[in-house]
Design a protein around this ligand. Sequence first.
Ligand code: HEM
Ligand SMILES: *[C@@H]1O[C@H](CO)[C@@H](O)[C@H](O)[C@H]1NC(C)=O
Ligand SMILES: *[C@@H]1O[C@H](CO)[C@@H](O)[C@H](O)[C@H]1NC(C)=O
Ligand SMILES: CC(=O)N[C@H]1CO[C@H](CO)[C@@H](O)[C@@H]1O
Length: 547
Amino acid sequence: MNAPSTFVDVYNVFQDIFRSASAIDVTVGLATVWVLRLAVRATRKKSGTKLRGPENPSLLFGVVKELFEKPDWGAALEGWSKEYGVAYEIPTFFGQKRVILWDPKAAAYVLSRDSWAYARLPGVKASIARRMGKGLLWAQGESHQRQRRSIAPSFNSNAIRKLCPTIHRTVDKLKAAWEASIEANGGGSVVLDVEKWMNFTSLDSFGTAGFSYDFGSLDGKPNAMISVLDAFAAPSAQSVLDRIVFLLSNFFPIAMRVPTKQNKMLDNLRVRLSEICGILVDNATTEKEDTSNEQLSTIGLLLKAEDEDSGRCVTREEVLAQMRVLFIASYETTSSSMTWALVELARHPDIQTKLRAELLTFGGEPSYDQFNTDLPYLDAVVQEILRLRPAPQELIRRADEDDVIPLSEPVRTKSGEVVDSITTERGTEIGISISGMNRSEAIWGPDAKVFRPERWLEADGVTNKAQEVKGHRHLLSFGDGPRACVGKLFAIAEIKTVLSVVIKNFVFEMRDGPDTKVEIIRGITLRPKVAGEDGTKVPLRIRQYRG
Ligand code: HEM
Ligand SMILES: *[C@@H]1O[C@H](CO)[C@@H](O)[C@H](O)[C@H]1NC(C)=O
Ligand SMILES: *[C@@H]1O[C@H](CO)[C@@H](O)[C@H](O)[C@H]1NC(C)=O
Ligand SMILES: CC(=O)N[C@H]1CO[C@H](CO)[C@@H](O)[C@@H]1O
């Protein structure tokens, strides 16, 4: 899930290089720039539709610097879409360009050809290989298709239906832990860092449901897995060499092979992650032999799929690579969505009360199917969180071949011609802003930026334009096409289980009242942070609901 942060990484690297005053750094920096320019010239696109877009304010940074300094990145992209139409070009580093698609039809088209005609940026791919190995997130074309076939059954609706009770048991532990905290604090209320608790819930429920392994974070057990996963996500101290290697890898992926300090650290984390996953595989192999156990977990299904695929055997290293991908891809995304959900509900007490009323009326512990049919307001709240607060911000691809991308409405090109499709050359970079399109006024109407779950329940709440967005129920939050999130049903089941248990049993308030300012921290995902907070990022006041 490294892709969304590429922009940010590259920009940070630049800033660091230029902030350091030493002559040697500046010299090395300039030499890098020169090499990169040569590389860019060699790959610069020559034909294809010339789209309009913002002027280039800086040869080095393009508009990236400007974008990065704005708190509201999506708004800038949305502004340009109003000015230049549903497809436009923005200048990025070293005079490179990226085509921004602000169009549901075009986005659906590109994502449907994902992994064949469109691929991740080479530097991103190299960095995924370094962090996780050559698993699903890295693979492309046939290899991707094969890996996807072996993983998908572990996450289809039948599998998730069986896993739901297990997820529930994990969430019961969260409830017990919060009750104990409130009790220990005198029984009234307690202020807790919900992000930390959502991290624990995310890891423990994926461990127990997917791998029959309880990491025990909710029981207060310190565990190596959390520290490895958090270390992967943490911005690390990089040497000048690290930064240069990272920049170069976007042009020459092979640069990622240089054994810099940062790369050695990533290798080390990957090894530690593999060790932990190895234990789970060994345990699951025993489980597989026990035929009386019909509730096979994810890893059980993964290993079983390997046996039935008569042509070929999946190696242990491939299974481990898959597990590394699954843990990294599931942990922070799910945790950040659940944290956002609690924050939005704390900021909107009326919506929280309405949701609680639905849950209380329903009564018991909903099954997978009841979640889908009997709790419409819960469903709407989750959809609205995914729309307004999607974990990954954007999908970036590079065309592997020349192509023609259809548009839902015509755009005017640089030369003034009006076209209803654009021609792109091999090598063209494409950006699809999930966080922008999900909140676009052109797509969702004038209240696009408001947290309003009701829109999902009203007959005309989802506008015609939004109906054109493919993806998961008109949202791009899980991507779309052959590369769309494989774990989306799991993620939704988990978010719904957490909300159904905690909203029924507790009341959430912003510690300093409903008007508390919430900021967005950009990392691998976009996470909330209460303005002015340092350590504890999202403190919420939690008290027991007593009717
Ligand atoms: C709310 C939570 C989640 C969100 C918003 C989310 C979002 C996404 C998105 C947007 C992609 C496409 C990335 C790209 O094309 O570059 C993706 C891919 C992926 N997700 Fe998720 N995800 C979530 C939870 C999960 C969970 C729980 C799992 C684990 C089971 C998971 C496993 C994956 C995997 C393996 C891929 C790569 C699929 C492929 O390349 O074929 N995700 N996710
Ligand atoms: C939760 O997990 C994310 C991702 O690993 C990490 O960056 C963050 O610091 C964690 N938050 C807390 C409060 O531990
Ligand atoms: C291995 O699996 C068994 C159940 O199959 C479980 O009781 C045990 O805790 C697991 N041990 C480890 C180290 O995963
Ligand atoms: C979480 C997130 O990325 N939300 C963004 C959705 O898009 C709007 C702009 O349209 C941003 O302001 C939000 O930050």
